[in-house]
Design a binder for this molecule. Structure first.
Ligand code: TNX
Length: 518
């Protein structure tokens, strides 16, 4: 009798052990990756990544080598070792992860192919940018599997198959308002890490507004000395030195994210007007402003010094910003007469061009003389957006009712505003950029962007709460094909991202619409 019980127990223990060591990871097609990849074909097996797995890269290319290092930094958290990283021009080898830069493709293409077989992983793309996007897919595959990917100490298993992917829109952005409340470089970098994981490729920094000037300008030092000295509510404010700004730009670039700097003008300029009396038409500097009203300030559009000021600012910032865009704001200039506004935007457009940048502005800039290649950011007025495309401009789609991350989720949300709408997680997800405005089609749209205005937010947890998870849905709208997106299916993937966000310490909003997985 004793023997039989022992035998049964031994058999049961054996079954349980087997279940732990041999169960293969989830089928690749059941992945919860966001943004949803274009095609996924599972092949039913699994690949083991262990201490012995090497990371190979296909050509002697500095950026590619850095990506191999990023892959190692990610994996060694699981495997506990520094993986061998080697240049190997001859092609993939077994027990390796091969990063393959393909020749001949367009260098800016973000397409990638991630092929996982039982022996090896091959991640290929015509660009290092595409390899980086593919690495994010690979990271999510492991991060979303949870602790069960760790089979034995130092070994993880991933499902086999092939993912082929490329984005719908080339511009997938989010904006952070660092003017109303200042956020230092460390917070911005933490935010950038998360954006990268969701394949967002633009971070637009709203660097100036009535309440604060946040970027050092060497030729106009009082902008930060005075204009950067406070914020909404009267706190101490702050600003980025030029070195700090360059460091943020580099940090973003290593994650294939472009910084779009914005200096908002001619309205939203009280901080600058308070710093330099000569920028005011009456020659008198107003007091600093720490409230939340909009639309009361303007640069003096017919003074020469104004254009000297703009030229210096655009030159200094453009010199530190390798991306193609310079955002001039242009919104809510309620105290600038329309002819003055048009004259101002037309002049600033020339300045921006002379420093080699493409002008971007909020949709009101369509009143001025736009040309092919200029970019208007649609946030509220479809009339403005239509006028912009008639003039040949491209659009960034940021409709306040769907995209504004500073809108409350519902009436009980502590943070945020509600002038445009309450935006629950499903409202943020169930819309299509091409179906918003009659007459605006795919060919007019450069991409999508979700602005996070800063009147009510003061900490990284506040950013996390308003941005996540809505921004993840926007990232998917920017990357994935519209006809493949369904709320119920998305919700079943989003639930798995709760634990990923927990892992990254994000204070996300646990919407009741999602059955979060802990
Ligand atoms: C409108 S949207 C603004 C911002 C505010 C925001 C608050 C836009 C171009 N201007 O100045 O911060 O509403 O939601």
């Amino acid at each position: 009798m004793k023997i039989t019980i022992r035998l049964i127990m031994a058999i049961m223990a054996g079954i349980m052990l087997n279940a732990c060591t041999e169960s293969i990871p989830a089928n690749l097609e059941n992945n919860s990756i966001i943004p949803k990849p274009l095609t996924v074909i599972a092949s039913g097996g699994s690949m083991e990544i262990s201490k012995r797995t090497r990371i190979l890269y296909s050509s002697d290319n500095q950026e590619l080598m850095l990506l191999a290092n990023q892959m190692n930094d990610f994996l060694n958290v699981y495997t506990g070792v520094q993986h061998k990283i080697q240049l190997n021009e001859k092609g993939p080898k077994s027990r390796s992860i091969f990063l393959e830069l393909l020749d001949g493709g367009p260098s800016s293409s973000e397409e990638y192919r991630l092929a996982i077989s039982e022996k090896q992983v091959v991640l290929s793309s015509p660009s290092t940018e595409g390899i980086f996007r593919g690495i994010q897919t690979f990271r999510q595959l492991i991060l979303l599997e949870g602790p069960e990917v760790m089979r034995t100490e130092g070994t993880i298993r991933i499902p086999t198959g092939v993912i082929e992917d490329f984005p719908e829109y080339e511009y997938r952005g989010t904006m952070l308002d660092v003017s109303r409340h200042f956020f230092g470089p460390d917070i911005v970098k933490t935010h950038i890490d998360l954006l990268a994981l969701y394949k967002i490729n633009v971070l637009h920094l709203h660097l100036s507004d009535d309440q604060g000037w946040r970027i050092e300008i060497k030729s106009w030092p009082k902008l930060t000395e005075i204009g950067g000295s406070t914020e909404v509510g009267g706190g101490e404010g702050g600003y980025y030195t030029q070195d700090e700004y360059k460091d943020i730009v580099n940090y973003a670039a290593e994650r294939y994210i472009t910084i779009v700097p914005e200096i908002d003008m001619p309205g939203h300029t009280n901080a600058a007007l308070a710093s330099y009396a000569e920028l005011n038409c009456d020659g008198k500097a107003p007091s600093l402003y720490t409230g939340t009203r909009v639309g009361f300030s303007t640069l003096c559009t017919h003074k020469d010094i104004t254009y000297k000021f703009v030229d210096d600012v655009v030159r200094e910032i453009s010199g530190m910003s390798p991306g193609p865009y310079f955002h001039i704001g242009g919104d809510e200039s309620h105290v600038t007469a329309l002819p003055d506004y048009i004259y101002f935007i037309d002049s600033v457009r020339q300045i921006v061009k002379s420093h080699g940048k493409i002008m971007v502005g909020w949709d009101e800039i369509s009143h001025a003389g736009l040309e092919e290649g200029d970019v208007a950011q649609y946030w509220a007025s479809s009339e403005n957006a239509l006028r912009a495309v008639e003039k040949g401009a491209k659009l960034i789609i940021s409709p306040a009712k769907q995209c504004y991350l500073d809108m409350k989720y519902d009436s009980t949300t502590r943070l945020g505003l509600n002038w445009a709408a309450f935006i629950e997680v499903d409202d943020a997800y169930t819309w299509d950029p091409v179906k918003l405005v009659d007459g605006i089609g795919r060919e007019h749209i450069l991409g999508v962007e979700s602005p996070l205005w800063g009147e009510t937010i003061e900490t990284i947890d506040d950013i996390g709460y308003l941005a996540f998870p809505r921004l993840i849905g926007h990232a998917e709208i920017g990357w994935s094909r519209a006809d493949s997106l369904l709320w119920d299916e998305y919700r079943s993937r989003l639930r798995v991202h709760g634990k990923l966000l927990d892992k990254f310490g994000v204070n996300y909003y646990r919407s009741g619409l999602v059955d979060w997985m802990d």
